[in-house]
Design a protein around this ligand. Sequence first.
Ligand SMILES: Nc1ncnc2c1ncn2[C@@H]1O[C@H](COP(=O)(O)OP(=O)(O)OP(=O)(O)O)[C@@H](O)[C@H]1O
Length: 124
Amino acid sequence: MNGRHLRVHKRLVQSFKDANSGLLLALAQERNIKLQLSAAVLVLCFSWSIHVSLTYLVVIFVLIGGVISLELINTAIERLVDLVTKENHPMAKAAKDTAAAAVWWFSVMAAVIFIVIVFATLFH
Ligand SMILES: Nc1ncnc2c1ncn2[C@@H]1O[C@H](COP(=O)(O)OP(=O)(O)OP(=O)(O)O)[C@@H](O)[C@H]1O
């Protein structure tokens, strides 16, 4: 590996370490993300037990990834707002509540799609 490739490799490894530390931080501090990961394990076990098709399984993985990713972005926005102001401010509330709404909206859609997948698998 030449010098340039080594630098690119080190940057990639460092980016991965930073992202991993962000995930661990959110896991340690956010109750919601623990609940969502537990729900994801249950959903995957149930999906496996009813033999969902490979296509549906891919959809389920995308939905789980979407919920967890949005929760991580929500956590980042919460931290950023807290860093910017400790005061009670309507814009701070709007930022936090809108970020939280993004998670909830996607989670509700994911739940609806999962129910459709379960019915389609059991009663096709
Ligand atoms: N600086 C602020 N100014 C005004 N309202 C705020 C402020 N910080 C938080 N809030 C509001 O207080 C409530 C709780 O905020 P908090 O930061 O504790 O989020 P949370 O309940 O821990 O969210 P989550 O459950 O997603 O982790 C939210 O409705 C939020 O909009």
